[in-house]
Structure formats: structure tokens, C-alpha cells
Write a protein that binds this ligand. Structure first.
Ligand SMILES: Cc1ncc(COP(=O)(O)O)c(C=O)c1O
Length: 385
């Protein structure tokens, strides 16, 4: 491939690129026009910054089917959001039901609580493509099960968990959803799906900048906050306010990032989530169909594009995934990711531990021509010794 060819970015499951131009424009305007400390002072800049955050909260609440925007809390990513829920909702002796497809942002805090606070963990086994059967859930619930934690769309295989069915089978447990890979592409209706704690990240399919994310907490549910400090509210008290969302948002927030995230949400509203989804589905279908023709390639995950995320994981006989990723980047300008994708549990479930997979994750701004270039490159590599 000539050096002048534009690079092809297929690592949208890590973070989306490019972002819609509105995101950069909004952030550029905000940092030039106002100071960005909301809710502290009564002057016009502080009020304008508060408005930026409020409008983002309203957008996120509408987007995730939550009737009250004060239940939307901003964090720096989904990892922090999941940590607030996991540490804030679990007490010693509680039981958690989760799956064999979780990211380390769920497994690491859970393993810590298992070791230090006697929290019990039950893992629902996943099929070789990463699917879990919602009918298995009731079999593993007991009186101590406080939380069910589910990865909505796998960052390894793209498999989709049936949240509607899971919500109906949760019994008295709370349902926490890791929507890192699904928010912005798949429908997420908090109330209708029986979700109690919905954690999202801003920088993937919501098109926000890195350093943004958050969670939505079901009405009436409170979790112990992870961070305490100044909120700009109830400042006469030395105790953390119980007020939503201030309770979880101590310290000056990432107003600039949250403004960018709001621009990302507006872009999705304008474009249509379904339009985004169907483009990604189309590209994923082309990729899967082409991979079937390449010698030595095994796709680990669902083999058809309908009802799956865009993360496509593969291995190639006789080649290391790390070498493949290196070669694609250096010789063909194609950016993919190799390894465990921070989800060793998922690789144990699908049989690709410890080396992992080569993952392509098309996004809304990828094209058919780019997928074709990737397929041609892989085909060439597959014939090389
Ligand atoms: C399923 C899943 N959960 C959690 C994360 C962590 O996301 P973040 O780094 O934005 O916190 C990711 C991203 O890699 C993911 O794919």
C-alpha cells in the first residue's frame, strides 16, 4: 500500500474516531467563550457552565428512557461508573451474579470485594460465541443476590445480551448494565428494560471525547458515593449531600468534555440511532462475509451481522494476533486491536485465552471501500508464510 494512502481506523470499540465535527466545534467554542466551573458562583460564566451540564443531563436522560434527569450522573468513563455501583451497592456477605463475558472494569472490583469483604460471585457460563441464556438466571438467584451485572454488547465477540428477557428474570436483585459498547447503537430503555443501574461511556458510540461517561440510577435507589467533597450545594454542611446528582459529582466536573458529549448525543439524535446501527450492521456483514473466504481465518462470535455489535474477533492459523495487528498497521495503514481487550474472562469463555484475538470494530464513519481494503490485506497476509 502506498505511503500516501489514508489510514483506516477500525478500533471503534476502544474509542470512536473520527468524532462528528460538532463535537470539536462545541468544545472549541466552550473553552474560548466561558470559564467552565459550574454550580459554584452566581456570575454569568458559572451559570452558562451549569447550563452546559444541565442540557447534557437532559439529553442523556431522554436518550436512555429515564424520566428524571437528576438521576443521570457524569463520571470520567464507564469504569468509574461501574465502580460507583459495585462499591456503592454491595455490602459484605452479598452475592453477585455476573457472566463469563465481563470486562475487567467489572471483574477487578468484584474480585477485590470477594477477597476483602466476602462478596460472593457466581458466573453465568457463556456459549462459545459468548451468548448467555436468560433462562439460566433464575436458577442462580438466592436470597443474598443483591446485584446482577451484565455486559450488554461484548467488546470481544459482539454478542448481544437480551436485556428485556434478563430484566424480567431478575427477581429481587438489582440489574446493573455495562453499556460501554451498546450506548448509541442499540436501544437502551432504562425503565422498560427493568435496569436499575445503567453505566455508559462517552467516548465510544456516543461520540464524546475521552474522559466522559456516567450512570443512571433508578428512582428511589441510592448507592454509597465513591468520592466526597465540594459540590457547590449545601456548602454549610460538612457531610456529603444526599441530593441527586450532586451526591456523586464532587469536585469541578469535566464541563468541556460533557459539552462535547452533549454534541455527540445531538449528532445521534439528528442522524438517527437506527441509521447508525444499520450502517454498522452493513459493514459488519461485509466483513464477516469476506472473512469466510480467507484461508485459515476463524471468527470467534456470531457469524451473521443481525443482532450483534460491530466487534469482530478472529484468529488466523499459524499467525500470532499481535504480529497480524503490527503488520496491518505498518504495511497497510489499518488500525485494529490484538490481545485480550481487557476481558480475559470472555476469552476463557470462547477459548481464545491467553493470546486473545485480532479485533476489528467498524464504526459509523467507516466505508465499504475500507472494509474491502482490510479483506484484501488479510487475504494477502494469509498466503504469506
Ligand atoms: C464492555 C466494556 N466495559 C467497560 C469498558 C471500559 O471503558 P472505559 O475505558 O471507557 O471506562 C469497555 C471499553 O473498553 C468495554 O468494552
Amino acid at each position: 500500500m502506498p505511503d500516501s494512502s489514508p489510514p483506516i481506523y477500525l478500533d471503534n470499540a476502544a474509542t470512536s474516531f473520527p468524532k462528528p465535527p460538532e463535537v470539536a466545534e462545541t468544545m472549541h467554542r466552550l473553552i474560548q467563550e466561558i470559564s467552565l466551573s459550574p454550580g459554584r458562583s452566581a456570575h454569568r460564566f458559572s451559570l452558562a457552565a451549569s447550563r452546559v451540564i444541565f442540557e447534557a443531563r437532559e439529553l442523556a436522560a431522554g436518550f436512555f428512557g429515564c424520566p428524571d434527569s437528576s438521576r443521570v450522573v457524569f463520571t470520567s468513563n464507564v469504569t468509574e461508573a461501574l465502580n460507583v455501583g459495585i462499591f456503592g451497592l454491595l455490602a459484605p456477605g452479598d452475592q453477585v451474579l455476573t457472566t463469563g463475558m465481563e470486562h475487567n472494569s467489572v471483574m477487578r472490583p468484584l474480585r477485590y470485594l470477594e477477597k476483602t469483604r466476602g462478596v460472593g460471585i457466581t458466573i453465568l457460563p457463556a456459549s462459545p460465541t459468548g451468548g448467555i441464556d436468560p433462562d439460566d438466571i433464575p436458577k442462580h438467584l438466592n436470597a443474598k443476590t443483591r446485584l446482577i451485572i451484565i455486559n450488554h454488547v461484548s467488546n470481544v465477540t459482539g454478542v448481544v445480551a437480551d436485556l428485556g428477557a434478563i430484566g424480567k428474570r431478575k427477581g429481587k436483585a438489582l440489574l446493573m448494565v455495562d453499556a460501554a459498547q451498546s450506548a448509541g447503537v442499540f436501544p437502551l430503555e432504562m425503565e422498560n428494560m427493568g435496569i436499575d443501574f445503567l453505566a455508559f461511556t462517552g467516548h465510544k458510540s456516543l461520540f464524546g471525547p475521552t474522559g466522559t461517561g456516567g450512570f443512571l440510577l433508578r428512582q428511589g435507589l441510592m448507592a454509597q458515593p465513591l468520592t466526597m467533597g465540594g459540590t457547590g450545594s449545601n456548602s454549610e454542611q460538612e457531610e456529603q449531600p444526599q441530593l441527586m446528582p450532586d451526591c456523586y459529582e464532587s469536585g469541578t466536573p469535566n464541563t468541556l468534555g460533557i459539552g462535547g458529549l452533549a454534541a455527540g448525543l445531538e449528532f445521534i439524535k439528528k442522524t438517527g440511532r437506527e441509521t447508525i446501527r444499520s450502517h454498522e450492521e452493513h459493514l459488519t456483514g461485509l466483513l464477516l462475509a469476506g472473512l469466510r473466504q480467507i484461508k485459515g481465518v476463524t471468527v470467534h462470535g456470531p457469524l451473521t451481522a443481525n443482532n450483534r455489535g460491530s466487534a469482530v474477533s478472529l484468529t488466523m492459523a499459524g499467525k500470532s494476533v499481535a504480529d497480524l495487528a503490527f503488520l496491518l498497521d505498518r504495511q497497510y495503514g489499518i488500525m485494529a486491536r490484538a490481545g485480550l481487550h481487557c476481558a480475559p474472562a470472555a476469552h476463557r469463555s470462547i477459548g481464545t485465552f491467553p493470546h486473545g484475538t485480532l479485533r476489528f470494530s467498524p464504526g459509523f464513519f467507516n466505508t465499504e471501500a475500507e472494509i474491502q481494503t482490510v479483506l484484501t490485506a488479510l487475504d494477502t497476509i494469509s498466503t504469506e508464510s
